[in-house]
Design a binder for this molecule. Structure first.
Ligand SMILES: [Zn+2]
Length: 142
């Protein structure tokens, strides 16, 4: 069983902030900021695409509850980031889908490094070409 399945089963300790039949939310043991929460589906799935759509939707509903609570709490929270690393190359460190939610505030030291070169607008033709590839792939989905 993976580490998050073991937390969901109550075999490993966690600082739980939310739990229902299908999902659980607990504090990340390596928080970016105080109040950094992970939302997981209780059923094991590696990737977001492996989750039944209702479980994916439920994960976002729980995220919204956590987001509201962070903003209402005494934790420093002037904004919130949601982050889901879907796959190892995307930064996924535990092979059980999980959504990071963490409070943000001025000068908290967190930033995403993005090269200026990556942010150069590619032009409409290339955008349309990428859009066509995605739409074509959608047509082939079940
Ligand atoms: Zn698992």
């Amino acid at each position: 069983m993976c580490i998050f399945c073991r937390i969901a089963a109550g075999e490993l300790p966690a600082s739980v902030v939310y739990e229902d039949e299908h999902a659980m939310a607990f504090l990340d043991i390596q928080p970016i900021n105080p109040g950094h929460v992970l939302v997981i589906p209780k059923k094991h799935a590696k990737l977001l695409v492996d989750l039944p759509p209702e479980d994916a939707g439920h994960m976002m509903r729980v995220a919204q509850i956590v987001d509201r609570a962070l903003r209402a709490s005494e934790l420093r929270c002037e904004g919130v980031n949601l982050f889901l690393a879907d796959g190892r190359v995307a930064g996924q460190d535990v092979d059980h889908v999980h959504l990071h939610i963490f409070p943000r505030y001025d000068d908290d030291g967190f930033s995403l490094h993005i090269d200026e070169e990556m942010r150069k607008p590619p032009g409409r033709a290339q955008l349309d070409e990428s859009a066509k590839m995605i739409v074509d792939a959608m047509d082939g989905l079940e």
